[in-house]
Design a protein around this ligand. Sequence first.
Ligand SMILES: C[S@@+](CC[C@H](N)C(=O)[O-])C[C@H]1O[C@@H](n2cnc3c(N)ncnc32)[C@H](O)[C@@H]1O
Length: 209
Amino acid sequence: MVNVGAGAGSYEPAGTVVAVEPSPVMVAQRPAGAAPAVRAVAERLPFADDVFDAALAVLTTHHWSDPRTGLAELARVSARQVVLTWDQAFTAEHFWFLTDYLPEAAEREAGLAALTTVTEVWPDAEVRVLEVPHDCTDGFFAAYWRRPQAYLVPAVREAISGLALLDQDLVDDAIARLAADLADGSWGRRHADLLGHTSWDCGYRLVLH
Ligand SMILES: C[S@@+](CC[C@H](N)C(=O)[O-])C[C@H]1O[C@@H](n2cnc3c(N)ncnc32)[C@H](O)[C@@H]1O
């Protein structure tokens, strides 16, 4: 299997043959013993046709300069493709952080290459819901769906590109309102149903092609 946009390899399955990652900073963070990494981009994979049984792309298509070409490249080099992305429309409607505090983040995300781009390229692909556990150890945007206090921590927000790339006055205003709602208990009353869930559909989707 080839892992494209592999980053530090956080989700890389054992048996990965090679990782593709353009950023030297990310490559340097790959642990000893991880699959070798090739410095390249999804849009121009340096491999012959059909050499891998599978290609994986985890939360990376929205970073690609030409996602459609990148997806075509995945399909060129591998028999099967698995892409983890998210459904922007679902997230904009169901994730409390966006609906209640920062709809501007949803507007920004609507323009990114996420689920709709992948399913436009592969209309016959299977799309599966990937629920996020309440104690998820990674720090992607919706990872803290049941731990709202986490968003008050600047270092947590800096690690979320969907927040870090927004106008920080808007983010600061949203965080101030969230802090107030947590302090007076209104967040807890409004979202009491979430506390009973151990995992939740935050909009992340696995696309199998
Ligand atoms: C959010 S990180 C995800 C990393 C890894 N897949 C994971 O889930 O931990 C997105 C990665 O995509 C990489 N990337 C950006 N542009 C790319 C491109 N055109 N082709 C492949 N990877 C790219 C970034 O350098 C970054 O490592």
